[in-house]
Design a protein around this ligand. Sequence first.
Ligand code: SAM
Ligand code: SF4
Length: 327
Amino acid sequence: MAAQLVDSFGRVHRDLRISVTDRCNFRCTYCMPAEGLEWVPRDDLLTFEEIARLARIMVERYGVNGIRLTGGEPTVRANLPVLVKMLAELDTDLAMTTNGVSLPLLAGDLRAAGLRRVNVSLDSLQASRFAELTRRDSLDRVLDGIDAAIAAGFDPVKVNCVVMRGLNDDEIADFVDFGRRKGVEVRFIEFMPLDADGIWTNDLVVGVDEILARVTDACPVEPVERTSAPATRYRFADGSGSVGIVASVSDSFCSTCDRVRLTADGQFRNCLFAVTETDVRALLRSGASDDEIGVALEGSVASKWAGHQINRVNFIKPRRSMSQIGG
Ligand code: SAM
Ligand code: SF4
């Protein structure tokens, strides 16, 4: 059997998230500060060749079968379709999470380069609220981006909505309608303590049960069988599509987590909430062999903890915010 990236709890890791930049053209209040976040210096960003080499090692040696591009905002990385083409050669389920604002321009090129799926983040369908939450007045552009993704043939197109109490939780029914109308799956995500401004409190988290109750009020649903994916999925009883809920705080899916992450500056993280990292960039730039890099990856995954400790006294907030890790 091929080698595996397996931890001490027996979880096999096959899902790689690659942050291609820490920069962003939005400043979402739950993710980035309005200003003052220092960008990674250009020379410290992994090159496309370095990213592709690492991805190849993970796919060919360890059977990684899913790669998701994220950031920061992945589409602000110049020539992104070139990287997509390089990664598409590895024949994995190649996806991207984006704020959607560049999709009207880029969706066709990304699809042609081999990107298979996109998730577009969208937290309000109201223009003024969208502008407050993202600090950018771009709702129409993001809605056009969703249409462009559908037109380019991405399948499925999903919409990620971070639900925050008192900020956008009154829009759950509107998002259900939106998803059904557009034929996209909306995934409601619990707000996690990875914001750069330190605004997170447990009171702002709208838990899975409450989200599900509001979804059901809007349209009856029935559960879809669970996989290792973080979202619990439900199909609408009238057959008009599906919806997902990512209960990252109240009912963490850590026990089935199969994800590892690579930051834009080449740090390998075995968990979204990890407080230590493995410096893969240093290995890549010091002439390390694939075997040596493999040893470092295996060691990192082997030392993964059972799960995050949000809301427990021993929880340590990672030094990096969500935009610096990649969601
Ligand atoms: N810029 C891209 C985007 O917005 O989709 C990709 C990077 S963003 C960090 C990835 C995902 O993380 C987005 O869906 C975003 O809504 C989510 N996110 C950011 N901060 C979060 C937080 N504090 N809690 C939960 N999700 C968060
Ligand atoms: Fe940028 Fe995405 Fe973070 Fe919003 S959630 S600030 S779009 S990285």
